[in-house]
Design a protein. Structure first.
Length: 202
């Protein structure tokens, strides 16, 4: 049976670092797993990713593009029906946090989330919560990944508020774990492993 773990948070929150550490941990402990990302994740969908990140689409168009890519990725994973863990670098929470600009947008996103089969809802989602000062300090030493990064970095308060709303939003039986991302990566990694074991995913 496929089980999903997802990681959420701002760019520069340490999300990629934690995913890399988890990948090494799974490999060392011979835990069957696959790592994917959104949007994209498979060859055809990476083409959609390129279109999205370089687009000037309206917000509602972006919501629909993200979910179109998401449903296709989910369908491919369900077809494989493999007994392994899938680790997602972003999932539907990102669409809510970033594209949820008003009540109407959020309603559309919630309705689309409700169409996802319950077996494709993450067992656990890790939200790496970083304060604004730390985020901007980390940004100084790095270049923007794409134009989305630059646009959304200036919307920190709105996106943070949406992520905080997600901590209270019940979606299936998944656990939404908010983690202080201002700490040492190894300490955060140990906390991630603790919660994965607590949920009996490994």
């Amino acid at each position: 049976m496929t089980k999903i773990i997802s990681f959420e948070g701002f760019e520069y929150s340490g999300k990629s670092t934690q995913i890399d550490l988890l990948k090494k941990y799974f490999k060392k402990n011979k835990i069957k797993s696959e790592f994917t990302r959104e949007p994209g994740g498979i060859k055809d969908l990476e083409k959609i990713r390129e279109v999205i990140v370089n687009s000037s689409f309206s917000n509602k168009s972006l919501i629909l593009f993200f979910f179109a890519s998401r449903f296709e990725l989910i369908s491919k994973i369900e077809l494989l029906n493999q007994n392994k863990l899938y680790v997602f670098d972003r999932y539907f929470d990102s669409t809510y946090a970033y594209q949820g600009k008003n009540a109407e947008d959020k309603k559309i996103i919630k309705n689309l989330i409700s169409l996802i089969d319950k077996k494709s809802i993450p067992k656990i989602t890790f939200y790496l919560d970083i304060n604004k000062n730390s985020l901007f300090e980390r940004k100084k030493s790095r270049s923007f990944q794409n134009k989305f990064d630059q646009i959304y970095l200036n919307q920190y308060e709105r996106i943070k508020k949406n992520y905080n709303e997600l901590t209270k939003l019940k979606i299936g039986n998944r656990k939404f774990i908010k983690i202080n991302a201002n700490r040492d990566p190894d300490i955060i990694h140990q906390e991630v492993i603790f919660h994965i074991k607590k949920c009996k995913l490994i």
